[in-house]
Design a protein around this ligand. Structure first.
Ligand SMILES: C[S@@+](CC[C@H](N)C(=O)[O-])C[C@H]1O[C@@H](n2cnc3c(N)ncnc32)[C@H](O)[C@@H]1O
Length: 225
């Protein structure tokens, strides 16, 4: 989109965009829908190729048209695939990043697991921002041998999100409750911690064996200012 204006991103997508600094061979915008994040990365030339993946065919037809208009002559640098992320065939290329944003925690975990199964022995990076369930998402990342690169709390339209950038080439440990993303002096973070704790306390009242340890982990953080 060399001769056009910058892709307009909302706060959440803008924060995800700015978290990414290193170039990749291929960036996969999984569950891309409108494809705005991938488009911004394409515009920034952060990858040799950006692949847009979503299961919704009418949306992908619109996206393809949009890309053709915005990036004339750049067709070799992007691809649109209308498919279930769980069925993706991934090339054996080093330096690949998969973005999974805007879906629930369980789906995010399923996608991470299917990518790990599709690429055994080939390390890759992930940028995740699920709509909830980050504790379970991080547990799955730890199980699959990922290490932390960056993480951030994002507040958009009164909703909290966690952006988690991880790599199978990183040795920085991932903490299930989030590690260095918490700023004890930040009132929004204090509110997010209280909300998260209240959510898991409610769940622990019904199922203490499963959720009691999660409550204990969040209590230990003590984000109270
Ligand atoms: C809310 S949108 C997220 C858009 C964008 N990633 C964002 O964060 O703003 C969720 C998208 O996930 C897609 N999706 C859900 N399950 C999928 C699957 N199994 N494979 C591919 N796409 C899927 C939906 O079609 C939908 O477009």
């Amino acid at each position: 989109m060399n001769n056009q204006t910058a892709v307009k991103l909302g706060r959440r997508l803008r924060q995800l965009d700015t978290m990414l600094e290193q170039p990749y061979s291929i960036i996969w915008d999984c569950c891309c829908d409108h494809g705005l994040l991938g488009m911004s990365l394409l515009q920034r030339k952060l990858a040799e190729k950006v692949v847009f993946v979503d299961i919704l065919s009418p949306q992908m037809a619109l996206l393809k048209k949009d890309l053709e208009e915005r990036f004339p002559g750049d067709e070799l640098n992007w691809q649109v695939i209308c498919q279930d992320v769980k069925e993706l065939e991934v090339p054996e290329v080093e330096s690949q990043l998969f973005i999974i944003a805007g879906v629930g925690g369980n789906k995010t975990i399923q996608f991470v697991e299917s990518l790990c199964a599709a690429m055994p022995g080939l390390p890759f990076d992930l940028l995740l921002c699920s709509v909830h369930g980050n504790y379970a998402v991080r547990k799955a990342l730890i199980e699959h041998g990922f290490g932390l690169k960056k993480e951030q709390i994002i507040l958009e339209n009164n909703r909290f999100y966690e952006a988690i950038h991880v790599s199978q080439n990183s040795t920085q440990p991932i903490v299930a409750t989030g590690g260095n993303m918490w700023d004890r002096l930040n009132l929004d973070h204090q509110q997010y911690w209280q909300k998260t704790l209240a959510h898991y306390r409610k769940k622990a009242a019904a199922d203490p064996a499963v959720f009691g340890p999660i409550v204990a982990d969040y209590e230990a953080l003590l984000i109270t200012g």
